[in-house]
Write a protein that binds this ligand. Structure first.
Ligand SMILES: CCCCC/C=C\C/C=C\C/C=C\C/C=C\CCCC(=O)SCCNC(=O)CCNC(=O)[C@H](O)C(C)(C)COP(=O)(O)OP(=O)(O)OC[C@H]1O[C@@H](n2cnc3c(N)ncnc32)[C@H](O)[C@@H]1OP(=O)(O)O
Length: 224
């Protein structure tokens, strides 16, 4: 496996999963638009009173229809549910940045995203915790692509240069080393050719009980 991806790798877009509820995906897409719009409007001169009223109306309409969280948790772990609901790219998750994932023929994975104002840390830059969130997920994806799985046990991150908002970012990840239950995985974030972040994580094969099904256990990566 190449440590540095050359220009000969052949990325395969991870196909979208069929949606069991197109209106849910559409609602989340609209919420993402609102999220970015509101992050951009804050403290501007724009009058927001009527917008806040209409958002309150929508929330009032929605809340009584929401089932117990326990029911939703159970449903997430059937079929492809967890992948659709995850907080990195999940089309059913309103906080998820809209990341696009690709598997590569050298065993590595890559992803692209442009992060908006809602993800700001230092002025004009991505919050380091958001970078860490996406990196952790990318390493999980790289493990999956490489035929490994595991819970994140440990990871370390070096922030090498500021990660810009509002510019396309490229995430890369690949399995670096395996030993029994352990998988060490590396990841980077680049803005153009500039290295912004590099990370290395240790993943341990493990499983957790599936909500609502105490007799069933699941490994990270189920639902892919
Ligand atoms: C084209 C089609 C493509 C289709 C694919 C598409 C998409 C891909 C789909 C899915 C994949 C994508 C993404 C993945 C999803 C999510 C990623 C996020 C992952 C997470 O968000 S996950 C949550 C955070 N994570 C936790 O919540 C873990 C809590 N934790 C524990 O559950 C335990 O802690 C555990 C299980 C980790 C270990 O527990 P344990 O009991 O099994 O292990 P034990 O203690 O026996 O240690 C055994 C050996 O590991 C060493 N060891 C242990 N811990 C260490 C540490 N921290 N540092 C260094 N070494 C360590 C020991 O030193 C010993 O080493 P030795 O054997 O050499 O002595």
């Amino acid at each position: 496996m190449r440590e540095r991806l050359g220009d000969t790798f052949d990325p395969i877009a991870v196909p979208d999963l069929p949606t069991p509820d197109p209106d849910l995906d559409r609602s989340v897409a609209e919420l993402r638009r609102l999220r970015e719009a509101i992050a951009g409007l804050a403290h501007s001169e724009v009058e927001l009173g009527d917008i806040a009223d209409r958002l309150a109306e929508a929330a009032d309409l929605l809340e009584p229809r929401v089932p117990e969280p326990a029911r939703r948790l159970e449903a997430m772990w059937t079929g492809a549910g967890s992948r659709r609901a995850n907080p990195v790219g999940g089309p059913e998750n309103p906080i998820a940045p809209p990341v696009r994932f690709f598997g590569c023929d050298d065993g590595s994975v890559t992803a692209e995203v442009t992060l908006g104002l809602a993800y700001q840390g230092p002025p004009g830059c991505v919050h380091g915790g958001i970078s860490a969130l996406i990196i952790d997920h990318m390493m999980g994806f790289a493990n999956h692509w490489g035929g490994r799985y595991g819970m994140t046990a440990h990871y370390e991150i070096d922030y090498r240069s500021p990660t810009p908002l509002l510019r396309p970012l490229t995430f890369r990840s690949w399995v670096d080393e395996v030993d029994g239950r352990k998988t060490w995985t590396k990841a980077t974030i680049h803005a153009g050719d500039r290295l912004c972040v590099e990370a290395r994580g240790l993943f341990l094969e493990a499983s957790v009980a599936v909500p609502g099904h105490p007799d069933r256990r699941s490994t990270v990566g189920d639902g892919a």
